[in-house]
Write a protein of this length. Structure first.
Length: 444
């Protein structure tokens, strides 16, 4: 068997595989001999069927099967030996008048080659690394929420200042029909709050959405509309009141502190705020890290320039799935998946160049920490090592779980590498400012 390669250009090649009779004849003869031993053909004893009949009935199918096996095995070995970094899979060139009646065959395969490129993590970029702080307003609001949550709820018939109202926002044309609870101080205009004063259960208040809240994003929560629809939304909505309540705030005493955090963990309002700040900023850090990872990813895709064998990949997409796609469908699919493919190549190069390999110990350690956190959430603050490792062993015996956890470990390694090497600007923001930055509305 002879295999040769012709590089069409830097991203495309054609591999020619020449198969001679000596490559497949012995295998074909053996398979046909086995067929003969077991063939049950009327008029012949088992094992006594003439080989010419077996050859006539099964010869072509066996030949095709054995040649195909040879092609797959030898082509794969060739790609490994030549260390060819290909995209997709080799595509056989279709020959309309291919002749299987000769003894020697020639097959051609198109290859899409991975591009050569460099990744510069230290290059200039517009990425911002946010540090989210829990500001005084957030802490005071959270303390007030705790007092409200653990306070006494009192039902009322008529709305007064300081009350909460529950009901349904509705607008038939826009398909809005969302039940929610709100406090009257949530509105941007005090006149809007006054429209509720004196209303009773069952009353309907008509409101304009434009300028209803100090931040249009709140329409997403209260009206259940999407982000793309909230900006400049200017419609009338009705709010049908179905409940009016007031709260008698809980007293900020040791009994409440112990209920929230355990005995004597917090002993004053200042310590309460410090604890809230610590817990909130831990959660904020995770959100900021995820945005940083996403932003660096987008920056690398945009700024790492290389060409792809686009036409080859579109042809490959046409035949890669269970059902063949049309050229137009493959074009659309390629457009959707191109950035993902680009990042796979970029990520692979970053992993190789920086030695970001996942060891068994990495995976075991990461899984152990997750299990301990989950057990703590259910009140098991000090589980035995035997119990933890038993659960870890069960988790790691599931291949799907191992794959998912491996992705998380690699994401963590990539994040730490980016933090170390990417020259991002640092910015300290409140949580509200961070949310605006998430949607591209906060200027850097």
């Amino acid at each position: 068997m002879n295999i040769t390669r012709n590089n069409v250009d830097a991203l495309n090649a054609v591999v020619t595989v020449e198969v001679s009779k000596s490559d497949y004849a012995e295998k074909v003869e053996k398979v046909l001999a086995d067929y003969r031993k077991n063939a049950a053909i009327p008029g012949f004893r088992k094992g006594a069927v003439p080989m010419s009949l077996i050859q006539k009935q099964y010869g072509k199918a066996v030949l095709l099967d054995e040649v195909n096996k040879l092609l797959q095995d030898n082509l794969n070995n060739y790609l490994v030996e030549e260390k060819l970094d290909i995209l997709g899979n080799p595509l056989p060139k279709v020959t309309e008048d291919f002749n299987w009646d000769v003894e020697d065959y020639k097959f051609e395969f198109e290859l899409g080659l991975a591009p050569e490129f460099t990744v510069d993590l230290t290059a200039k970029n517009n990425v911002v690394q946010y540090k989210i702080v829990a500001d005084d307003k957030m802490l005071n609001d959270q303390v007030a929420r705790i007092q409200k949550q653990y306070g006494k709820l009192i039902a009322k018939d008529t709305v007064e200042e300081g009350n909460d109202v529950s009901g349904v926002f509705a607008n038939e044309e826009k398909g809005i029909n969302n039940r929610t609870t709100l406090s009257l101080d949530v509105f941007a205009d005090k006149k809007t709050a006054k429209a509720f004063i004196g209303k009773k259960v069952g009353d309907v208040v008509t409101l304009k959405t434009k300028g209803l809240f100090d931040d249009d994003h709140k329409l997403m929560d209260y009206l259940a509309v999407g982000h793309d629809d909230v900006h400049g939304l200017d419609i009338e909505v009705t709010f049908t009141i179905d409940e009016v309540t007031t709260h008698e705030p809980a007293v900020l005493d040791q009994e409440l502190f112990d209920k929230l955090f355990g005995p004597k963990v917090v002993t004053s309002v200042d310590e309460l705020k410090a604890k809230i700040k610590e817990d909130a900023e831990k959660q904020f850090a995770q959100q900021a890290d995820q945005k940083f990872l996403n932003d660096v990813t987008e920056s690398l895709i945009a700024n790492t320039k290389f060409d792809l064998p686009a036409e080859f990949l579109k042809k490959w997409i046409q035949s890669a799935g269970e059902n063949p796609l049309s050229a137009e469908e493959a074009e659309a699919e390629y457009a959707k998946s191109e950035n993902g493919l680009r990042y796979q190549l970029i990520e692979g190069k970053i992993i190789n160049e920086n030695g970001l390999q996942i060891t068994f110990e990495d995976l075991k350690s990461y899984t152990t920490e997750i299990i301990k956190k989950q057990m703590a959430q259910f009140g098991q603050m000090d589980p035995s090592d035997e119990d933890v490792q038993g659960i870890v062993a069960r988790v790691m015996s599931n291949q799907d779980e191992v794959r998912r956890l491996s992705e998380q470990v690699m994401n963590e390694k990539m994040l730490n590498l980016f933090k170390d090497k990417v020259k991002a600007k640092s910015k300290e923001v409140s949580y509200d400012e961070f949310i605006k930055a998430m949607y591209g509305e906060l200027k850097h």
